[in-house]
Design a binder for this molecule. Structure first.
Ligand SMILES: [Zn+2]
Length: 277
């Protein structure tokens, strides 16, 4: 039994670590707006917020991606060792597996939403087993060197899934930034009669209310695919208006994800005990 379980976990961790081909592919780092920069891979989004008192990093990706993140930070002229705070979108390996490594290498403080803390500190296969230095609650703020991020609890995808908002200055304008935690119902997720997470469907419903309420100019998220990273980066290189300022794209994305969630929820209500495909 133990051997079977171990085999299962090893396979699950392998599948998770492989992901899609963009997960570990190098992507050029660039300034999004103000003091907010993209330093992730071609799909696993990592954000750097620079301040005079050190920097904030959102998401760690997997341990194998850390050299790319470090290179991205250094190519922008900043220091990896100046990372003072590390935050996550949610406690899944593609966003948090390397939080322990980055803490060890930089001395950054790890701050995580309350309901994701057990997963963050778990030493189960694929989990970072990273000590959380500050436990966050819905609407808590993280402040450093004049920058302020707000943690919005957007649960369902994980119990402590977090959507981060901040304001950045772009010339004379102040822009509202939204970094979506995840509104997705993953394959295998059970929305009806889920014993490990009885309130999961209601949490998704709450999440969409929250996401629809957030003022958004700059639309970002935990995966580049959420907000069209590659196409927008190409547009940005061509010059002109900043393509990441995309309030309509944000609204359309949230509406489509809400619709997809509701269809899957309705399907599972008709087929109790079934899981998302
Ligand atoms: Zn996830």
């Amino acid at each position: 039994m133990r051997r079977a379980l171990l085999f299962f976990f090893t396979c699950a961790a392998t599948v998770l670590a492989q992901g899609n081909s963009d997960w570990h592919r190098e992507f050029p780092s660039f300034k999004i707006a103000g003091n907010l920069y993209y330093v992730g891979t071609a799909d696993l989004a990592v954000y750097l917020i620079t301040t005079p008192q050190g920097n904030i990093l959102i998401n760690s990706d997997f341990e194998q991606d850390v050299p790319l993140i470090r290179k991205s930070i250094e190519q922008l002229g900043f220091k990896y060792g100046d990372t003072k705070v590390i935050l996550i979108s949610h406690a899944h390996g593609d966003h948090d597996a390397a939080t322990g490594l980055i803490k060890k290498e930089t001395g950054a403080k790890l701050m995580v939403m309350d309901a994701d803390v057990p997963e963050e500190e778990s030493t189960a296969p694929g989990r970072p087993g990273a000590h959380v230095d500050r436990i966050l609650h819905d609407h808590d703020t993280v402040e450093l060197g004049g920058s302020k991020l707000v943690a919005h609890l957007t649960p369902g995808h994980t119990k402590g899934c977090t959507t981060w908002t901040m304001q950045v200055s772009d010339g004379a304008r102040t822009l509202n930034v939204v970094i979506v935690g995840s509104p997705n119902v993953n394959p295998g997720y059970i929305l009806v009669g889920n014993k490990n997470y009885p309130g999961i469907a209601d949490d998704y419903v709450k999440t969409f209310v929250v996401l629809k309420s957030l003022p958004c100019d700059v639309f970002l998220g935990a995966h580049g695919a959420y907000f069209g990273l590659k196409a927008k980066h190409e547009t940005m290189k061509a010059g002109g208006a900043n393509p990441f300022i995309d309030p309509d794209g944000y609204k359309a994305y949230i509406a489509e994800r809400d619709d997809t969630f509701r269809k899957e929820w309705a399907r599972q209500k008709q087929n109790p005990g079934s899981a998302a495909p």
